[in-house]
Write a protein that binds this ligand. Structure first.
Ligand code: AKG
Length: 257
């Protein structure tokens, strides 16, 4: 069951036109403005017209030879995610074959891929490419996990196959999440030390409120920068996402003391 604000927003967002999306209204804010206006920056779920072709088939057909990095080992541990990532280099076509056979060795999370293929997966005539970074693919087996973290750029994701459970936490709880900023090249990607793999007790113990949002194929999630998220996959999943362009979207989490 979706809760309050998410339902409202899905209704409002049904006719979402990306050219007039919230992204363009919000990019002017600096990080101080962000925290001042944080209550206006709400995630929302929207519907999009998913193409009928199986996304895994499309990917194998068009990007079979794309070299990708797959997260392996205990990749869903917050500590490893922040400080000790392990990857296996494979070709996308080979990785999708392992998913088909239930023999996947990890999570192909945040793999950059060409716009041309993005447009085969998400009908995106109204989307202004220059407003976004290059698209990313997130392919993984059942129970693929991304630990709790915060990104510095607004994010739009599109679920193509399988489901995802997103745990969302407002920026107002940032200080309770024990964040660190381990990556020099992406200083606004902050990772929490809280391990939510076995449940959300750590959050309730800290009196944090959080939203649980289940996203199914044909639905997308708009997630403003600064919202912490923990994501778990249900079934083989294919998702694509776009981050707002670094050139125009002021990262809003900050360099906070
Ligand atoms: O789907 C996932 O596993 C994580 C997605 C995510 O962290 C993001 O889109 O920022």
């Amino acid at each position: 069951m979706r809760e309050g604000f998410i339902w409202e927003i899905i209704d409002r967002a049904k006719s979402l036109n990306f050219k007039n999306s919230l992204i363009s209204e919000k990019i002017e804010m600096n990080s101080n403005g962000f925290f001042k206006h944080m209550n206006d920056l709400q995630p929302f779920v929207f519907n999009f017209n998913k193409v009928t072709e199986d996304p895994f088939f499309t990917l194998k057909n068009h990007l079979s030879k794309l070299p990708i990095k797959v997260r392996t080992g205990d990749y869903s541990s917050p500590k490893n995610y922040a400080f000790n990532r392990e990857y296996k280099d494979v070709l996308l076509g080979d990785y999708v074959n392992t998913l088909d056979l239930n023999q996947s060795y990890g999570y192909a999370g945040n793999v950059k891929f060409p716009w041309e293929c993005f447009e085969r997966l998400v009908p995106a005539e109204t989307l202004l490419q220059e407003s976004y970074e290059a698209p990313s693919l997130w392919l993984g087996p059942d129970k693929s996990i991304t630990p709790l973290h915060v990104d510095g750029l607004d994010n739009i994701s599109f679920q193509l196959s399988g489901k995802k459970k997103w745990i969302l936490i407002s920026p107002k709880f940032y200080d309770a999440l024990e964040m660190s900023a381990p990556f020099a090249e992406t200083p606004n990607l902050h990772v929490s030390s809280l391990d939510l793999r076995n449940g959300f007790e750590e959050l309730t113990n800290r009196n944090l409120t959080f939203e649980v949002v289940d996203i199914v194929p044909g639905e997308g999630l708009y997630l403003p920068a600064g919202w912490a998220h923990f994501v778990v996959t249900q079934g083989n999943s294919a998702m694509v996402n776009l981050w707002a362009s670094k050139k125009t979207c002021v990262p809003r989490i900050l360099e906070r003391k």
